[in-house]
Write a protein of this length. Structure first.
Length: 66
């Protein structure tokens, strides 16, 4: 996601740096019981209101080490 061509195609400022996530933040959410949630129902409203977004999701990203 930090590739200059990808950023240009997505209309992202080339100086912005992509970060895939923070293990510390994940662990804090997990400790409070506020883990992963399905955000798909919220995306329709964003798109319908002209907000551009990139969905970065998958079903194999969580490691058993968490």
């Amino acid at each position: 996601m930090n590739n200059a061509t990808v950023k240009a195609q997505l209309g992202i400022d080339s100086s912005r740096k992509f970060s895939g996530g923070s293990a510390l933040v994940y662990l804090d959410f997990r400790a409070t019981g506020d883990g992963m949630r399905n955000s798909a129902p919220l995306l329709t409203n964003l798109v319908d209101n002209g907000i551009r977004l990139l969905v970065y999701a998958g079903n194999a990203g969580i490691s058993s080490r968490w």
